[in-house]
Design a protein around this ligand. Structure first.
Ligand SMILES: [Fe+2]
Ligand SMILES: [Fe+2]
Length: 218
């Protein structure tokens, strides 16, 4: 865990993240950590790996780091037992878990509007997407180019999120073998993002997630 914290500090330094943003992000991450250490770890890995994806795809790494780190902020507002369910959640539990994207949005929209909009959409690129209805207007007057960026970055974060969940939680649940099974699972669950994940695999991003070796990320 200490290693992950150091990686995060290093990413902040490399990407020259302003102090006020660091403090605000760390405050949000601390809230998650206090509720569930595994969710905290997940958020940091997804943030770092998304930033790496941004860097290798020549995109805005900081624009992926911030929402990646805070995409599941809303999970800290759920009943903690929902974060520790082993196996498949019931339909009722799933409905409660789904609310985390709205909570992420509500909690971030004043201070981190871009991350709030990305966070709201990070489960929209899957077989059973949610939320099905979005607010009529975005929470800030984003240009059309930034609005497109919000969707593109939400897709990247959702791919990284899926890979991490698969390699860690789902893998443990289903007795699968990490990366070897990832392709088959992608075709099944996330056909629209299979190509993106393949690219991230080739570029070493997924490998970094799988081994939790976040060194030399940028
Ligand atoms: Fe999520
Ligand atoms: Fe997640």
């Amino acid at each position: 865990m200490e290693q992950l914290d150091q990686e995060l500090e290093r990413a902040f330094d490399k990407l020259k993240v302003e102090n006020k943003h660091r403090l605000s992000i760390l405050r949000n991450l601390d809230i998650i950590r206090n509720v569930d250490e595994t969710t905290y770890e997940h958020c940091v890995v997804v943030g770092l790996a998304s930033a790496k994806a941004g860097s290798v795809l020549l995109l805005d790494a900081k624009g992926l780091l911030f929402p990646g780190l805070m995409h599941d902020r809303g999970k800290a507002e759920l009943e903690p037992y929902l974060l520790r369910i082993k196996g498949k959640p019931t339909a009722e539990e799933m409905e409660m878990i789904k609310k985390h994207v709205q909570y992420t949005y509500d909690l971030l929209k004043e201070v981190h509007p871009f991350s709030a909009e990305v966070g709201l959409r990070h489960h929209m690129f899957q077989k059973h997407p949610y939320p099905t209805v979005l607010p009529e207007k975005m929470c800030a007057p984003f240009t059309p180019a930034t609005q497109a960026k919000i969707y593109a970055y939400a897709r990247i974060i959702s791919a990284v999120d899926y890979c991490h969940a698969f390699i860690t939680r789902d893998n443990a649940r289903n007795g699968l073998h990490g990366m070897q099974e990832l392709n088959a699972a992608l075709v099944r669950d996330k056909p629209g993002s299979a190509q993106l994940v393949q690219r991230l695999l080739t570029l070493g991003v997924v490998g970094a997630i799988g081994t939790a070796q976040m060194y030399n990320l940028f």
